[in-house]
Structure formats: C-alpha cells, structure tokens
Write a protein that binds this ligand. Sequence first.
Ligand SMILES: *Cc1c(COP(=O)(O)O)cnc(C)c1O
Length: 362
Amino acid sequence: MSVRVRPAIAELAAYQPGRSAADLARELGMSQAIKLASNEIAYPPLPSVVAAIAEAACDVNRYPDNGATDLTAALARRFDLPVESVAIGCGSVSLCQQLLQSFTGPGDEVLVGWRSFEAYPLLVTVAGATLVRVPLREQTHDPEAMAAAITDATRVMFVCNPNNPTSTALGSAGLKILLDAVGPDTLIVIDEAYREFVTDPDIPDGRELMRGRPNVCVLRTFSKAYGLAGLRVGYLLAEDPVIATAVRKTYVPFSVSTLAQVAAVASLRAEDEMRERCGAVVSERERVTAALVDLGQPVPKSHANFVWLPLGPDALEFAGFCEARGVIVRPFAGDGARVTIGQPQENDAFLSAVADWDGSRG
Ligand SMILES: *Cc1c(COP(=O)(O)O)cnc(C)c1O
C-alpha cells in the first residue's frame, strides 16, 4: 500500500518552467543571456512602487490583510464598480483556479480556444471538470466554432483576449457572437492579462463589455504591464457580485502578500507612468513585427507585449537555435514560438537570431 494520488493528477504532466537566463549564460560562457520567454516587462518596477514595497517591508511580521481592503477599494474606484464586484488573487492564474473551483466540477465542461494559455488545461483537470478545446482559425479565436461547441454542460468559457501565445485578439463583432451564444448560466471569463498593450480601438475593453451582462467577468493582472510578476497579484471584475463572492470563498487565506497589495495600490497611482512604458513596448512591438515580416516570417498582428512565430514543426528547433545565441524564447511543440518584446537591444539580438535562422535554412 502507498499513498494514492488522484488519478487525474497522477496523469498530469509536470509544469515545465522556462530556462533561466543565468543558467543559459553560464552554459554558453556569456556574461548575460536574454530571456524573452515569459512575457514579463523588461524594466524594474516604477520608483514610487519600489518605495512603497520598501516601506511595507517593515510590516511583514504581520499577516496580510485577508480582504485586501485598500486594493479592493482602489480597484472598485478605478473601474467604477462596488467593492462586492471585485476579487483579488495570488496572480490572475490563481483567480482562474478559484473560478473553476467555484463554478465547475466533474461532468461540467470548460470551453477554450486552442492554442491558448497553458494554465487552462492544467487548472481544469485539477478542478475535475472536462476541457473542450476549439481550434483557433488563422491564429485567432474562432467565435462561430466556439459557439457551436457550447453544450448544456458548458459552465465556463475562457476567452483569452489578446490570446497567449498567439498575440491575436477578437474585435467587438467576434466577442459579440460569443456573448450572444451562451446561456445566462454559462460564465464567460475574459482573460485580459495583456489589456494594457491593446491600442486597436476595435478591441473592446472587457470592463465595458460586461455592462449589463451578469454572466461575464474579466481577469487582469499586475504581472505584465505593471511589472510585478514576482509579487503575484491579479484581480477579477464582474458586475454580478455573485461571481466575486464565490471566488472569494475559494481564496487560499492570506495568499496575496502585504508587499503585493501595497505594490498594487501604488501601481494604480502610477497609471500614467505605466501607460508610458506600455507605449514604449508597443512601439518596439511594431518595429519587431515589421522586421520579422521583412524576414519573411508570417507573424500575426500582435495586440500584446509579445509576438508569435507560427513555425509549426520547426518550433522546438528554432528555440534551440535562439538559445545557442543566448536568446531564450518560448516554443510550443508543433505550433510556434512566442517571443516577448524586451528592451530594444534585446529585440535586436532576437531579430539577428531570426536572420541567421533564415540564412541557415537557405
Ligand atoms: C501571464 C498571464 C496571466 C497572469 O498571470 P499572473 O501572473 O498569475 O497574474 C493570466 N492569463 C494569461 C493569459 C497570461 O498570459
């Protein structure tokens, strides 16, 4: 006899973290490698945020505020919602898990476009629900096909917009098809981890989209645009307080640290500076995209802080090729490679690897 792992968990593939830059640099004997694999912002947190974290460091002998009162109030003000409509989580990944635990179980279906965020299949399995994947069309969510895949068992639909890893986004027409296709008892989760990088006015803001729709919620994070990936804090917005209330019940107590809460509040105060940074990332994104297209790579138009190279069967080999040149990208076997927009010289190093790759293949 031995301990018994739940079969669904025993069968799960362990999460494969990307290579660390320090590790690769050591292996290659370089002073530094470039990590463009995890969609982080390539700049340190804003100075006012660092100061708030430093000050709060003196308070960590106490447990965090379990209700995240200040942060919840600041978000409610920022998005013009009552505090009951806001929930915070230890990264928005944790909110995905809380949503699944709160709204699904064995026999329930969770619909996603695929390929999309890698955490979804994992978290659906952990919740004991059934994942239904609807293939993307031209690297983008296919609203008609997703609408057709809805059944009586569909409890939750994730719409990652912009989509990780393909960088594409659905506009208002596509989203409307999805919103109109589900019944009032199916929850639509619009995962907007990259919202702050969207500049195309046809891509609706989830906060606006959920007006008058009680079965829609929006997930956002401080990990990407705000540069707080290492602190773990994200949030959920939903007009119907039933959603946030259920999600708060599945919160692991105290899982958003004091430092994360304080940093998030300070970040909201520094929104203008954050927007400036996003603007710089967006202009690099446009430059990198144009250069890739010039190199013959059919990259889709990106609405996020990364680009997608649809390399198909060459994805893993391409990633290895880049690594040998000190650049870490994120391959998805058989599909493509996702490459985060970094600082200009980092992006140049990536572009020169792509040029070499093209050269190496004639
Ligand atoms: C990065 C990311 C998240 C958020 O991550 P957290 O760090 O857990 O907030 C959520 N969804 C998608 C699609 C992402 O790419």
